[in-house]
Design a protein around this ligand. Structure first.
Ligand SMILES: [Zn+2]
Length: 186
């Protein structure tokens, strides 16, 4: 396990929630799971950054998406009303996030979850690209992998355990946090 007490307190500040206890809850499947249909890919990436387990269903038919939802306990996010109706008829939870931007869709998702009696539970942020777990790494460990100007300005970095992508809390992070407030509003 990388990272000491500093990283842990950073994590708590990042997510505004409890310490190790809730992390282990997340690791045992505590986070809300979604499967996002092909039209909403950018929403899937944001949901992972917020700590939701969001699978992106890029290719395949509706039947496959419904089976995946059922077998893995994932809430379907789709813009397709007929698919949502089909899910509903099989007792599968589906939400149609409405809006013209992810900002609007997140607000809509939050209201939709309330409407079907689901409380949205986040875990630690996951890799936006692949959904892998992020590990805290020191700047010295990623020498040469991020621009030196970025290394000078940041102390804390996170690396995806699956794809190796490196994250830091720059302006993109601030935009995400502003979106997160949208998600939390009821
Ligand atoms: Zn990754």
């Amino acid at each position: 396990m990388r990272g000491g007490s500093t990283n842990q307190s950073e994590r708590q500040r990042l997510h505004g929630r409890g310490a190790r206890g809730s992390r282990s809850a997340a690791e045992t499947g505590g986070r809300t799971r979604f499967v996002v249909d092909a039209m909403l890919g950018s929403l899937a990436r944001k949901l992972r950054a917020f700590g939701f387990d969001a699978a992106y269903y890029k290719a395949g038919d509706d039947g496959g998406l419904l089976r995946l939802s059922l077998s893995e306990g994932r809430i379907i996010l789709t813009a397709d009303r007929s698919l949502a109706a089909r899910a509903d008829s099989q007792g599968i939870r589906a939400i149609i996030p409405v809006g013209n931007s992810d900002r609007e869709r997140l607000g809509s998702l939050s209201r939709g979850a309330t409407a079907i009696g689901v409380s949205l539970v986040r875990g630690d942020p996951l890799c936006s690209l692949c959904g892998g777990e992020l590990q805290a790494v020191k700047g010295s460990e990623i020498s040469g992998k991020v621009p030196s100007s970025v290394r000078r300005r940041h102390l804390l970095f996170f690396q995806c355990a699956s794809c190796g992508h490196i994250y830091w809390r720059g302006s993109h992070w601030k935009r995400l946090m502003s979106l997160a407030r949208r998600l939390d509003q009821k």
